[in-house]
Ligand binder design. Structure first.
Ligand SMILES: Cc1cc2nc3c(=O)[nH]c(=O)nc-3n(C[C@H](O)[C@H](O)[C@H](O)COP(=O)(O)O)c2cc1C
Length: 141
């Protein structure tokens, strides 16, 4: 199974989570790539069986760059996905907003996770690795 992690990260916290996710998914024996939306065009996103999309929370919602990127991707229909956001407050609409865009494409949501940051620029909450371990265990049994 091919896994593709796609993230936006302004200060590097989401990037750190994406890198950790990639390492633990790879250790489980999956073929996994990771891309920042700043380094790949949406139409060139590789085909995958499972996507993980990660975005920071900005003003309670999804940053415009991530929204624009997700609207432009053309994954194969019925590709599965999971969502991640980094946020200061758990009261975030990012997951819901990303889900609305992706479900319209016929994709199937499997899971979601919110990772807290302690301030605008981080750092990540202490238990972020444990939370990501559990997230991956739940998805890739
Ligand atoms: C313009 C801006 C608006 C933000 N608004 C919120 C917000 O409404 N709620 C929240 O929980 N965090 C908010 N944050 C903090 C982000 O959640 C935090 O910067 C992000 O999770 C860090 O991840 P990154 O290092 O991957 O960018 C905001 C950050 C920025 C830059």
């Amino acid at each position: 199974m091919k896994v593709c992690i796609v993230y936006e990260s302004k200060y590097g916290n989401g990037k750190k989570c994406a890198e950790y996710l990639q390492s633990i998914i790879k250790a489980k024996g999956y073929d996994v790539d990771s891309f920042s939306i700043r380094e790949i065009k949406p139409n060139l996103l590789p085909e995958a069986d499972f996507y993980i999309f990660s975005s920071p929370t900005h003003i309670g919602s999804i940053p415009w760059k991530m929204r624009r990127f997700l609207k432009k991707i053309k994954p194969k229909s019925e590709a599965k996905y999971a969502l991640m956001t980094t946020c200061i407050s758990l009261d975030t609409k990012v997951i819901q907003k990303m889900e609305e865009i992706l479900n319209k494409k016929g994709m199937i949501k499997i899971s979601e996770i919110k990772i807290k940051v302690k301030g605008m620029k981080g750092p990540l909450e202490e238990k972020y690795k444990e939370k990501l371990d559990a997230f991956v265990e739940e998805i890739f049994i």
